[in-house]
Design a binder for this molecule. Structure first.
Ligand code: SF4
Length: 80
């Protein structure tokens, strides 16, 4: 899973960080650092909680890469 960071929308509430301080990096003023975040499978629940807690919708959960990979693996498995 990946989290797309729209850091122009960030208002520095630090709610994401309160949920998952190891996943969301904030600067000294409490604003999220720019750049997408790749989330390991074991951290997905925490990361999505943090992303959903953002009142500014600055954190978008992107599952497309997972979905594409699943389809690819499924096609390989089925020979199609
Ligand atoms: S919760 Fe949203 S607005 Fe607050 S620091 Fe995190 S990304 Fe920025």
């Amino acid at each position: 899973m990946r989290i797309i960071v729209h850091n122009a929308k960030c208002q520095g509430h630090a709610r994401c960080w309160a949920q998952a301080p190891d996943i969301f990096d904030l600067n000294d003023e409490g604003y999220i650092l720019p750049g997408d975040i790749d989330v390991e499978e074991k951290d997905e629940l925490l990361a999505s909680r943090g992303a959903r807690s953002c009142p500014e919708r600055a954190l978008e959960i992107d599952r497309t890469s997972d979905a594409l990979l699943d389809r690819l693996l499924f096609n390989q498995h089925c020979g199609g």
